[in-house]
Design a protein around this ligand. Sequence first.
Ligand SMILES: [Fe+2]
Length: 227
Amino acid sequence: MAEPRLYFKQMEIGPMQNFTYLIGDSLSREAAVVDAAWDIPAIIRVAEQDGFTITKALVTHYHQDHLGGDFAGFHIQGAAELLEHVKAKVYINKAEAPFLGRLAGLSKSDIVQVESGDTTTVGDITITFLHTPGHTPGSQCFLVEHRLVAGDTLFINSCGRVDLPGSNPEDMYYSLQRLAQLPDETVLYPGHNYADKPSATLAEQKRHNMYLRLSLRNLSDFLAVMG
Ligand SMILES: [Fe+2]
């Protein structure tokens, strides 16, 4: 049972109800941060107060509310500001790489490009990368023990938008199908606080999330609903 070693913290941050996560090893006191954006000093402060050092930055996808960057005339803090304060690399899916330097002020040497099935560790805690394209070409989820950090791929009772530049509804269908194959006891931790609760089991989502249910039926029904 590795669970007692896992440090897992969900924080709602910023005006778009984003969730940032800290995933760490309670013995080694190292932590990875998922989607560090909006208020980097606050995120670092939470890690420090809990006794952790951030050593890795994981990014679910390149949208500025998750990664930081310039958006509609505003600057959103993100990975670039994080790297001013902590020594870490930024882990992104390789399909997302073309978008990063331009949007977020990161240089090539800051970035580790990963593929589906790759893993990384913080202390003795293993995090597995799952490529789940659809919302963006390189959207990815993170699996740690029985928890799924899903970014904007899967929300509680809904899924990510597929009408944005770079979105692909058919890719989303297959990504949701893959997530639906995970064990029922897996707990979904989404990228935004859009529901009446912050997490839910996949067992429950397979019953109540229309998009997950449709992904288990057929592609044409799914595409019809997604417009
Ligand atoms: Fe997004």
